[in-house]
Design a protein around this ligand. Sequence first.
Ligand SMILES: [Mn+2]
Length: 291
Amino acid sequence: MTDRFFHRNFAWLPPERSDYARSRVVVLPVPYDSTASGWVGSREGPAAIIDASANMELYDIGIGCEPYLAGIHTLPELAVDTGGPEAMIARIEEVAGELIDDGKFVVTLGGEHTVAVGAARAYAKRVPGLCVLAFDANADMRDEYLDSRYNHACTLRRIGEVVLPGRMVQVGLRSAEREEHEYIREKGLRFHSPQEFRALGPRAVSQQLSESVYITFDLDAFDSSVVSALGTPEPGGLHWDEVSELLEAVTGEHRVVGFDVTELAPSLGPRANAQLAAKLTYRLIGLALRE
Ligand SMILES: [Mn+2]
């Protein structure tokens, strides 16, 4: 049947593949970057990813499936809570929680990495024994930064507090302050630099995770030659194929319950970066939900 209209949702799907009731997946766009301390602009990320998603093939040849068949509904952009970062995270947690309780697979599009705290918390309260796989260039383990415990630089510290000890694995680490680095080593946290990840391989990293996994993806985990539209780009990062291989290993052995993709600041880099973020999001939906 021909449809005479384009539908501006994630993957630009017609109503029968994107209405709320029939969709297993719900995309929650969160255009929030109020605690950004590098260059700003990730508030424009969700719209750029949704626009770019018009250019994807709906068949993902890399994994041999059509992720959209699960149904993907895109919500309107979440309004910013002007009460500050803690209030904003509470709002994200509340909305994500309602969606999870409604049986949806929630995909949160940032915005800065902070938005992940709300979504991860909503999952941690509902999924016993949840563990978290975090992609990030930075440790994000500061207890407080620029007057807030909910600054983007504190993201993994806050997420680590909502799961059991040892239930967070990070990949891509190559930037931290001395105190964060010492904290990671003292506690024996599983934070892997790109070199460590390559030495271990995707299977060994995947085996550090338990049954149910939430994935939080700060796009600065990618090498800055791969993604540069970022507030805090870092050299020496991950490449597309190795990220994809790790995601395949993790989704092959575990149940991924939800994820976020954050930190794309489209005005700071090439348009291809939004395309990568859209394809990453789409592939992860496909990998997480394929039978
Ligand atoms: Mn981060």
